[in-house]
Design a protein around this ligand. Structure first.
Ligand code: PBG
Length: 324
């Protein structure tokens, strides 16, 4: 109670503030999502994501070297699939010579220490732009997780360190874990998108991969933004099924969920600051309405304060530069 307690005493200098700081943002917290496309010397910009590009494999190799030299230790790989390779069953997703599988091999042969995490979901491969196989306008669960498990296995065979199922089908983590175990990939990790909400913040990402759903929306598999308890349930189930790292997505609008899950589980928690969050800051900064770097660090720190251990963010390089 005042005057015995004067809270401003602990704020009076940078040194004292540093001593009592409760959360730290370090480069070890950051994971960088990367978009990959076919071709050579291709570097395509993405309208709503200034500073992010679709890269061909040759440029990807250079990018990964740079990213590693900045201290970033994990990349999340997403591929843009040609329209003629898309079908309802995601056949191309399990092609051992597919773009994803080649990308993993290229990265691991260029920077073997880099932790490579692959996106496991059918949407970039689906002629319907959905994360599962479609029948009579419904997204089928069990046939989809069969394909996802084969997809995860082919990523492991290519050398992925972690597979990251982002599809929200039920039982996919167990199916993937069992398939990896049976094939002898005992050390391949699973970072599961556990509490992934049906969010309008994914818009720019779907532009980047040309993967927007062709009909309907994703509300029969991704979570309702109104729900909190369901997020805990989803996450606990994923851990039981064999997830090593769990993820909450999007980030900023779901900080309460990050804290809720932190209070309920002991596993490492990742948060995904998604494309729409990135786009909002870039747009406001471009207009001179926000201080880009200050807001970026404030947001990333908020994820740590909420209880996240890892942050997937398109700002990873900018943030790494700023922190170091
Ligand atoms: C694919 C996937 C999506 C994102 C990551 N993996 C899009 C979606 O579910 O529609 C979104 C990432 C972002 O917006 O940055 N299942």
């Amino acid at each position: 109670m005042y005057p015995n307690q004067r809270n401003r005493r602990l704020r009076q200098s940078p040194a004292i503030r540093a001593l009592v700081s409760e959360s730290q943002l370090t480069v070890n917290d950051l994971m960088l999502p990367l978009f990959i496309c076919e071709g050579t010397q291709v570097k395509e910009s993405i309208d709503a994501m200034p500073g992010c590009f679709r890269l061909s494999l040759d440029l990807l190799k250079e990018e990964v070297k740079t990213v590693w030299s900045m201290g970033i230790k994990a990349v999340l790989i997403f591929v843009k699939v040609a329209d003629n390779l898309k079908d309802n069953h995601g056949t191309e997703a399990i092609n051992p010579a597919g773009l994803m599988q080649r990308a993993v091999r290229e990265i691991k042969s260029t920077v073997p220490e880099m932790v490579v995490m692959t996106d496991v979901a059918l949407d970039p491969y689906s002629s319907y732009g959905h994360d599962g196989i479609v029948e009579h306008n419904k997204i089928l669960n069990d046939p989809t997780i069969e394909v996802l498990a084969q997809m995860a296995l082919s990523h492991a065979q290519a050398g992925a360190d972690f597979v990251a199922p982002s599809d929200m089908m039920d039982g996919r983590v167990l199916k993937i874990r069992t398939t990896l175990e049976e094939a002898g990939f005992l050390d391949t990790g699973i970072m599961s998108y556990s509490a992934k909400y049906a969010s309008a913040f994914y818009g720019p990402f779907r532009e980047a991969l040309d993967s927007a759903p062709g009909f309907g929306d994703k509300q029969t598999y991704q979570m309702d933004s109104a729900n909190r308890l369901e997020a805990i349930n989803e996450t606990l189930r994923d851990i039981e099924e064999g997830a090593d790292i769990v993820m909450i997505k999007p980030g900023l609008a779901y900080l309460d969920i990050v804290r809720e899950i932190r209070d309920n589980i002991d596993a490492p928690i990742a948060v995904y600051q998604v494309s729409g969050e990135y786009a909002m800051l870039k747009a406001a900064a471009e207009k001179g309405w926000l201080d880009h770097d200050a807001v970026m660090v404030e947001q990333l720190l908020a994820f740590k304060r909420a209880g996240a251990n890892l942050i997937a963010t398109y700002h990873a390089k900018e943030a790494a530069q700023l922190i170091s």
